[in-house]
Design a protein around this ligand. Structure first.
Ligand code: ZN
Length: 163
């Protein structure tokens, strides 16, 4: 297990388009494992390869659904989307900030797993948002360019009763 350095806004690599993965080599497998570790370490719900400096079409997502392993998406594509949701979004490459972004409420995505088997996922709500956000990274797009009214500091409530 290894934690990789997360690139932050201003790093040119975050603006570049990523290349398709043609074969899952041991290095790709290691990258996926490291990205999962890095995402958990940073308390994120998703991470795309360019965020750790690798311009390949690989994304990991875990929105905290119980008993579900993290998603690993290789060469993901959104093949259907519908509806709309407007809400706050953050990014591990833009620490301490959030912005309001409108995304589809539902997406169907196809991708390959680490054995290069194709699969599809139907996602709603937060998972749909996470998929859209991470796939944008593969095109060199960070959510701040889509944030309505720009980005702002995260406000932490001191008197909420969350554990
Ligand atoms: Zn992000």
């Amino acid at each position: 297990m290894a934690i990789r350095e997360i690139r932050v806004l201003g790093d040119e690599i975050l603006t570049k388009k990523c290349r398709e993965i043609k074969e899952v080599t041991p290095r790709i497998r290691e990258l996926a494992e490291d990205m999962i570790d890095t995402m958990y370490e940073a308390n994120g719900v998703g991470l795309a390869a360019p965020q750790v400096g690798i311009l390949k079409r690989l994304v990991v997502i875990d929105i905290g659904e119980e008993d579900k392993p993290p998603y690993v998406f290789i060469n993901p594509e959104i093949i259907e989307s519908s509806g709309e949701q407007t809400g706050d979004e953050g990014c591990l490459s833009v620490p301490g900030k959030v912005g309001t972004v409108t995304r589809p409420m539902y997406v169907k995505a196809k991708a390959y797993d680490l054995d290069m088997n194709e699969f599809t996922v139907e996602a709603e709500g937060l998972l749909a948002r996470a998929i859209c956000h991470e796939l944008d990274h593969l095109e060199g797009t960070v959510y701040v360019s889509k944030a309505e009214g720009g980005i702002r500091e995260v406000q932490y409530a001191d008197d909420d009763d969350e554990e």
